[in-house]
Design a protein around this ligand. Sequence first.
Ligand code: 13P
Length: 253
Amino acid sequence: MRTKLIVGNWKMFGTLAETRKLIFQLAVEWGKPCEGVEVAVCPPFTSLIVAKHQLELSHIKLGAQNCYAETSGAFTGEISPAMLADIGCTYVILGHSERRTLFGETDELVSRKVRASLDAGLTPIICIGETESQRDNNETESVLARQLAGSLATLTNDDAAKIVLAYEPVWAIGTGKTATPEQAQAAHAFIRSELSKKFGDAAGSIQILYGGSVKPQNAKVLFACPDVDGGLVGGASLDADQFIAIIEAAATP
Ligand code: 13P
């Protein structure tokens, strides 16, 4: 039985004041652990250390939204996985479609980042997903298979227990369009079958999150799908009431 995981991807939102307020609402005002649900927030780099201090006594874990594929060196502007681990991050989101499309990240680069993150002791949340035209052209499975093969190229069987996947159909991100439970389940089952080809039985323990316009109104039906192990939440994770409602939707059967 896999534990549900709800991760808030704040994207490029959150001044320090906004970070303090939102983490206070989540960790202090609400703060109760939900049975069977792990929770993490991924604020921008500039807010991570402040968020970490505020989350000290909380069950909520911290993650970053990106990192580079090297431990240190002359890479102006980059942040290494070791630095993220050093300040107490547990997770790092890698290969998000916004990074793939806006910043030209390839599967090959994502795979190197995944390797480096694992080596630093972080849990990578590896994002894959098809565009609307790829879905319309019946290419969803081939795109997912290609992204999986490329992004996981550096992994061995021992790594299977230390990764999280996120299926994020690009057409559902920030659009208010959500995959139907049937579409989400079909994609997640396909991803799991590809993971089994690579990792064997260990694929059964890998959490696969759904991302793309997850809201309190649709969270429960999505999380009820047998292969949907939680959510990677964008916009709704910036509102404490909505994010808490999504966490609670994952807790109740
Ligand atoms: P939205 O929830 O805003 O659609 O964003 C999804 C996402 O990109 C999470 O990584």
